[in-house]
Write a new protein. Structure first.
Length: 162
C-alpha cells in the first residue's frame, strides 16, 4: 500500500462504499474495486492487483485509462464492511487467481469470497469441453477448442450484464 494513503486513511471516516467495475486492457475481463467515500469529500479506491495485493489508490490509478462501466452504492452495513476492510488490510492478503479483485469486493460487501467471472469461465469451459468432445472426430482437440470458445463466450455474456 502506498504509505501516504495508508497513513491518512481512517476507516471511521467512510460514509459510503461503492462497487466499481471497469474493463481491463485485454478487453476479456473486468476489474473490480470499492470506492470509499470519506467524510471530507475525498474518496479512495480499495482493490487488488497482481504484484500489489489489496491496496488503496486514487480513481485515475484504478481506471488505468479505461472507462468505468458499472457502479453500485452501499450505505447499509457500513460498520460490517469497514471491519472486513480492516481485516483484509491487517492480514496483508496477496492477489492470486483464487483471491482476485472480485473476491476482494465480494469479501467486503457480502462476506463471501467469490468471482462470477471465474465461475462463468469455468462453467462455459466445462460445457464446451463436453460438447467439443461429443461432436468432434479428434476428441482431445474438440474438447480443448470447445472449452476455450464456450468459456470465453460465457464470460463475455456475464460481463455484458454488468
Amino acid at each position: 500500500m502506498k504509505t501516504t494513503l495508508l497513513n491518512n486513511f481512517q476507516l471511521n471516516t467512510i460514509t459510503s462504499i461503492t462497487e466499481l467495475y471497469r474493463n481491463k486492457a485485454n478487453g476479456a475481463f473486468i476489474h473490480a474495486g470499492l470506492k470509499l467515500q470519506l467524510q471530507n469529500g475525498e474518496h479512495l479506491i480499495f482493490h487488488t492487483l497482481p504484484g500489489k495485493g489489496p491496496h488503496l489508490s486514487h480513481m485515475n490509478d484504478f481506471l488505468d485509462n479505461n472507462n468505468l462501466i458499472s457502479q453500485k452504492v452501499h450505505t447499509n452495513n457500513l460498520r460490517l464492511m469497514k471491519d472486513r476492510i480492516y481485516k483484509i488490510i491487517s492480514e496483508k492478503k496477496s492477489y492470486t487467481p483464487l483471491y482476485n479483485c472480485e473476491h476482494l469486493v465480494s469479501d467486503v460487501v457480502d462476506g463471501i469470497k467469490h468471482s462470477p467471472q471465474l465461475k462463468s469461465l469455468a462453467t462455459g469451459a466445462a460445457v464446451g469441453v463436453g460438447i467439443g468432445y461429443v461432436l468432434s472426430k479428434n476428441k482431445f482437440q474438440g474438447a480443448i477448442i470447445g472449452g476455450i470458445l464456450l468459456g470465453y463466450l460465457n464470460l463475455q455474456y456475464r460481463n455484458s450484464k454488468l
